[in-house]
Write a protein that binds this ligand. Sequence first.
Ligand code: GLU
Length: 302
Amino acid sequence: MGRFAPSPTGALHLGSLTTAIASYCHIKSLNGAWLLRIEDTDSQRCNAKFSEQILIDLENLGLHWDGDIWYQSARVDSYNELLYDQLLPYVYGCRCSRKALADYEIYPRFCLPDPKTAAYDSNKLLYKQQKIQHLTDKKVRIQLPNHSIGFIDGIQGIQWSNPQQSLGDVVLRRADGTINYFLAASIDDGLQGITHVMRGLDILPLTTAQISIMRYLNLPAVEHWYHLPLVENHYGQKLSKQNLATPIDTLTLPKCQNLIQKALTLLKQPAVELDKPEVMLQQAIAQWRLDPLQHQSVLGKV
Ligand code: GLU
């Protein structure tokens, strides 16, 4: 089971399109399903008009997803429920302002309660109530394991990192209640039974945190990770909505054909013949190879 999980903070661009096409071709070459999940918990940055456009673009490009779309904005209650049921022993509330933390790369644990003074009631129900109360209106931070976690990345090779040393106590939920990526993606990849995650290399540093959170939650582990080299702009920056990457235009068949060919060229795949998008993708699936991508960090510049 694979998935594509865009955040609708803007339209798809050539970078996100390569991720969509690569994850689609890879999982389909293994006869798996390809799910679509809209990562829209951040209501300030996400916009329904972008989600709608992403669906239209995927459809126009013949990237048909399997099953129902999961919208994370509709799942906030489930995230909080799992947070309260499974993660309470690992989390704590934090009131530090962004300004107070400006000089620190890793959170210096100003708000980590001293285990001696944090005397929660030994009664389980009371403990839960008190802890939930303690987290209310604060950032919720999680203590990640302080040991190395390794995994095999099917593109980047063997990876190791100690999530507590490399990331610190990451924020799972913001003070206004917004669920952050770490919590939402960890829960959904587990609950959706995702076995193959293929996504951009920019997320590789977060993967051992996700693995840890999924273990804390007793969710089935993702079996195969793949972090794709990135498409860059002329300044060597990852294409992103923040640096105003050009949105893809899928209005006409020739435009769609051209986008598929461009993405496959960036992904170092053999050429496919011009045809209906679905037929072009069938050919791309039949020819799909990971080895041209191995150990690369940049797909190309556009
Ligand atoms: N929502 C993330 C993004 O658009 C992708 C996260 C993922 O694939 O795990 O960058």
